[in-house]
Write a protein that binds this ligand. Structure first.
Ligand code: FES
Length: 158
């Protein structure tokens, strides 16, 4: 596991590579996401400084694009679709159940770093509504009653 200095050294190399390009912020943020696994506030400040731009510029881009995450993600990323087809079939109730069972609000990660819970737009599987994914696995036609068993499967390999 690289230490913090090694991570920042790697980020410096990405910054050096792009600093003279007009749209440097985007590739630098992508590099930071790859190096750190997310783009927390300290890293955003570092980038703002290095690129001579403002923190609000960096923050604006980092929060606009869903490929960037501001917080470390859990081992299992649970994404519940709140697109129209899923929503009308009750995906909010599925999301609420997950939030209750995991004991965390949407958009956060459990204290043990195992699960991150998030809501997403249409996942392109509307025929299976309501849909959620856990990492690469897709679950369709969900009801809140199925959630405890599904979660138990992932908790077992703790
Ligand atoms: S609306 Fe949920 S998959 Fe399309």
């Amino acid at each position: 596991m690289p230490n913090t200095k090694e991570l920042y050294d790697a980020l410096d190399r990405v910054i050096e590579e792009h600093i003279h390009e007009p749209g440097a912020l985007m590739p630098v943020l992508q590099g930071a996401q790859e190096i750190f696994g997310c783009v927390p506030m300290d890293v955003q400040k570092y980038i703002a400084n290095a690129l001579h731009t403002t923190l609000s510029d960096v923050y604006g881009v980092a929060t606009f694009y869903s490929q960037f995450s501001l917080h470390p993600k859990g081992e299992y990323l649970i994404s519940v679709c709140l697109g129209t087809a899923c929503y009308v079939k009750g995906s909010q109730k599925v999301l609420d159940k997950l939030s209750e069972l995991l004991g965390i609000p949407v958009g956060s990660t459990t204290a043990d770093g195992r699960f991150t819970l998030q809501a997403t737009r249409c996942l392109g599987a509307c025929g299976l509504a309501p849909v959620m994914t856990i990492n690469e696995e897709v679950y369709g036609r969900l009801t809140p009653e199925q959630i405890p068993d599904i979660l138990a499967k992932y908790r077992k390999d703790a």
